[in-house]
Each structure stands twice: as C-alpha cells, then as structure tokens.
Design a protein around this ligand. Structure first.
Ligand code: FES
Length: 189
C-alpha cells in the first residue's frame, strides 16, 4: 500500500485515535517518498541542507523584548537541553523566540522570524496545552517538516504568540537543530 504523496509526516503525527495508529504503522513501513512536484520556499543559494551538519550553536539575540508590567504577567517555562527549567514572566503578544533570546535561553532564530528555517523549533510539553494553540499555518508546517527531532507537539518558537490561554506553557528545546545562520537569510531582506 502506498501513502499519498501529499500526506506530510507532520500531518500523520497529528491524527488521533485508531486512524493515528493506522497511519503511524503505515508511515513506519512505507516512509513517504520525496514529492518531485513540491515547491519549497525560496532560499538563498548559499543555504543547502544537504551540505550542512547539525548544530547546537546559539545565534545572537536581536529583539526588543521587555518584561511585562506588574499585574499583567503570564508565565512560560523553557526546559533547556540539559533539562534545566527557566520560568519567565511574559506579556500577552510576546512570541516564544523573542522571550527565549532575551533571557539567554539557548535557541537559534536564523531567519529572524520569517518562518523560513526550523532553528527556533520547540516542543510543547503536554498535548493538552498544544491543543489550546492556534493551528500552525502551511508555512510553519513546511518548516516543521525540516526540523530535527519533530514530534506531534512541535512548533516554531517565533510563530507561537502568548495569550491568556497559553499562560503556564512549558516548552522543551530539542537537543539539536539543523544548522543555519542569520547570514544565510540576509539576502532575502
Ligand atoms: S526563526 Fe526561522 S522560523 Fe523561526
């Protein structure tokens, strides 16, 4: 049996119940084949995943995040690669990447929130919290497909906007991300 080429691994991971088990079995025994008709987002010529290795390197922080006003705090916790937890007070409207970088959490953000890399990959701790989030759009799903260590609660940190429903969210940082640097995207600006 052949899995339709249009079925992304990300979609398979997010199915529920008996369908989830069925699709997971299929995805194991019949891994998806590359789709020759797929049109990927444009990348600079210097950006080639096939020539890059994995890295846990940190890029420079570059945002104007500021702590929340008294009485308006929401909370998020980052669990770093060593298992250490960092609980941070944030404001409604903050995105996880900005918060992390401003608080010295070791996370990249090579494309600077353009949804054109997967270096800000985070893993939401708990499906219940994941279900409260707005669905990732097609661009985010495309980039998540390239993320190292993709899970069914994976998101791109720069695309997760904190609101009251996400108060208390906990996210883990994957052990590795695909190597990319801000300079790889500078020609897009
Ligand atoms: S920083 Fe590149 S997708 Fe988030």
């Amino acid at each position: 049996m052949t899995i339709p080429r249009t079925a992304s691994r990300n979609l398979l991971l997010r199915q529920k119940g008996p369908l989830q088990r069925f699709l997971r079995t299929l995805s194991t025994t019949h891994p998806p084949r590359p789709n020759p008709k797929r049109v990927d987002m444009p990348r600079p010529s210097s950006y080639s995943l096939t020539r890059r290795s994995f890295s846990a390197a940190k890029s420079a922080s570059h945002n104007n995040w500021s702590p929340p006003k008294a009485g308006e705090e929401l909370y998020t916790t980052f669990i770093d690669k060593g298992g250490n937890e960092h609980k941070i007070a944030v404001s409604k409207g903050d995105n996880l990447l900005d918060v992390a970088q401003a608080n010295d959490i070791d996370i990249e953000g090579a494309c600077q929130r353009s949804c054109a890399c997967s270096t800000c990959h985070v893993i939401v701790d708990g499906e219940e919290m994941y279900e409260k989030m707005t669905e990732p759009d097609d661009s985010e799903n495309d980039m998540l497909d390239l993320a190292f260590g993709l899970t069914k609660t994976s998101r791109l940190g720069c695309q997760v906007i904190i609101d009251e429903a996400l108060d208390g969210i906990r996210v883990k940082l994957p052990s590795m991300t695909r190597n990319a640097q801000a300079s790889d995207f500078s020609s897009q600006k």
